[in-house]
Design a protein around this ligand. Structure first.
Ligand SMILES: Cc1cc2nc3c(=O)[nH]c(=O)nc-3n(C[C@H](O)[C@H](O)[C@H](O)COP(=O)(O)OP(=O)(O)OC[C@H]3O[C@@H](n4cnc5c(N)ncnc54)[C@H](O)[C@@H]3O)c2cc1C
Length: 502
């Protein structure tokens, strides 16, 4: 059953423990660091009840409606349905919320499409994976994830001397389940999610099997706390000055567990270092979730490029051929991203059991493009922006004082736009390019799938090298030494033949 925005917000008032530094957040739906972002997520939930978006955001099965990110794709049309769903969510948030519910919806659905790999000689967890997917869709869960170990796990003294190890691991077991303690990085949107998925996207070293635990934990589980980074929403001057930080700060939290109990039915991998990482790649999980990343990125750079064009229009530089050339360059990059989204559908893969997946190599290639080009796109927009934003008054209170307002409106007005309209565009541009919020986005786009070398490893793994070999071998096999020698001898003969009378 799908939830309304109000029901979703009510679910966040569940006693979860969130810290901002030493401050304990009592209620994310009212706290000044989180409340507007919570409402932005609620807006996504409400859109599922609106005529224009219901069919794209949901699917129906046996008379019941579920979020479309829980749809197991069986055809190209299903993949397109999932893409439309993520496009609407990304458009509602201008691509600012990377870990919206459709991201981990892709993980959960992806693992449930090939649950058999979770049955091993030691544990039979396939039924848990399938049951969790059904539980998540029936309860319309928003799940976030933390699958990166803390830097402390590289510490040479890692093995000893501490009462609690930094890397989250199993520390106990009983008939009902497992106990875990430690930290996981960096659960974006966890403050707003119902549950958090913990696991390992990086390889685990031998001897670290206790860290292999992969499971879902409710955000209000006893012993679990979420340690938030600085919430930018709290420091937004106003909605007019920082419209993006004010509405769309999705938050990032370190997950800290102190003897958190996980019932067996929520455990997907235990004590198996290899499998704990393989599940993302041997199932469609990583591809379904990160197709969403490409779709979201497209929405974000559309906003950035639209801003670039508007800025040049307001400044009157849009008629200059060199400026038009820059806009053409940005338009080409946008076209490439769009083509990469469509290509993942066009080149989709058939899976066992009548299921399909987006093209995983194209997905990783799109992510690599996105991570490498984000700084470049921002730099181009900054170039076109000039000193614009810094040539504006400090904040919108300039409009509250009649004296400053009169001068502002008289001197800052241009034929292209009023002073206030120019101010509005410049402040929005700065919110995506220059503020704390913007800096976090630059880091996010670079690291959400891990460092660049990790994204290259994914590309190398999924590249159809066999096809490359076939191309090369086709050419190499089309000639051999004998033929070359024969052809050479024939040329010699021809050269030796007397030419006909000219
Ligand atoms: C804003 C943001 C949100 C995120 N959200 C999530 C989330 O929701 N869930 C989640 O699980 N993760 C998330 N991540 C990703 C995650 O937390 C890590 O930041 C990411 O995996 C990189 O790990 P790290 O920070 O430990 O960097 P490191 O692994 O320490 O890498 C940092 C740099 O060190 C160098 N380096 C390290 N190892 C090597 C090597 N072997 N070879 C060459 N160079 C190397 C590279 O230059 C690399 O860029 C998020 C990250 C950011 C920035």
């Amino acid at each position: 059953m799908i939830k309304t925005g109000a029901e979703y917000l009510e679910g966040l008032r569940d006693g979860r423990v969130i810290y901002i530094g030493g401050e304990k957040v009592e209620d994310v739906t009212t706290h000044p660091g989180f409340r507007n972002a919570a409402r932005s997520y609620a807006r996504i939930y409400d859109a599922r009840f609106e005529d224009a978006t219901r069919d794209a955001l949901t699917y129906e099965e046996d008379g019941e409606r579920f979020a479309a990110y829980y749809l197991k794709p069986r055809s190209r049309a299903d993949l397109e349905h999932r893409t439309r769903c993520s496009t609407i969510i990304a458009d509602l948030t201008y691509g600012m919320m990377g870990r919206s519910p459709d991201f981990i919806g892709g993980y959960i659905t992806g693992v449930a499409m090939q649950p058999e790999i979770f049955d091993t000689d030691s544990f039979k967890f396939a039924k848990n994976v399938e049951a969790y997917w059904d539980f998540a869709r029936r309860n319309d869960l928003f799940v976030s994830h933390a699958v990166t170990p803390p830097p402390g796990s590289r510490d040479a003294k890692y093995g000893g001397g501490r009462t609690m190890q930094p890397a989250l691991q199993v520390v106990g077991e009983d008939d009902a389940g497992l106990y875990v303690s430690g930290m996981k990085m960096l659960a974006t949107s966890a403050a707003f999610s119902d549950e958090v998925w913990i696991g390992n996207i990086q390889p685990l070293a031998e001897g670290h099997e206790a860290e292999a635990i992969t499971a879902c934990i409710p955000c209000n589980a006893p012993g679990l706390s979420l340690w938030s980074r600085k919430p930018f929403e709290r420091y937004a001057v106003s909605e007019f000055d920082n419209p993006l930080a004010y509405r769309y700060d999705e938050s990032d939290c370190i997950v800290v567990a102190e003897r958190v109990h996980i019932p067996w039915e929520r455990v997907f991998v235990h004590n198996d270092s290899h499998l704990s990482r393989e599940i993302y790649f041997r199932t469609p999980a990583h591809t379904l979730s990160n197709h969403q990343s490409s779709v979201r990125y497209r929405a974000k750079i559309r906003l950035l490029i639209a801003l670039a064009r508007r800025i040049t229009n307001l400044a009157g530089t849009d008629k200059i051929p060199a400026v038009q050339d820059e806009l053409g360059h940005l338009a080409a990059l946008y076209g490439q991203v769009s083509a990469m989204v469509d290509g993942q559908i066009q080149g989709h893969e058939e899976l066992p059991g009548g299921l399909v997946n987006y093209n995983r190599h194209y997905m990783y290639a799109a992510i690599y493009f996105a991570t490498q080009q984000y700084d470049h796109i921002c730099a181009k927009v900054r170039e076109l922006l000039g000193g614009g934003v810094l040539q504006m008054p400090a904040d919108v209170s300039v409009m509250d004082n009649p004296e400053t307002r009169a001068t502002f409106e008289e001197l800052w007005d241009m034929s292209s736009a009023t002073a206030l309209d120019r101010y509005k565009v410049m402040k929005l541009a700065w919110d995506i390019l220059g503020t704390d919020f913007a800096g976090r986005h630059t880091q996010y786009e670079r690291f959400y799938m891990g460092p660049a070398f990790v994204v290259r490893i994914h590309n190398g793994r999924e590249c159809p090298w066999g096809e490359f070999d076939a191309t090369l071998d086709g050419l190499l096999g089309s000639y051999d030494t004998g033929e070359v020698l024969n052809r050479g001898q024939e040329m010699d003969k021809l050269a030796a033949t007397p030419k006909a009378a000219e």
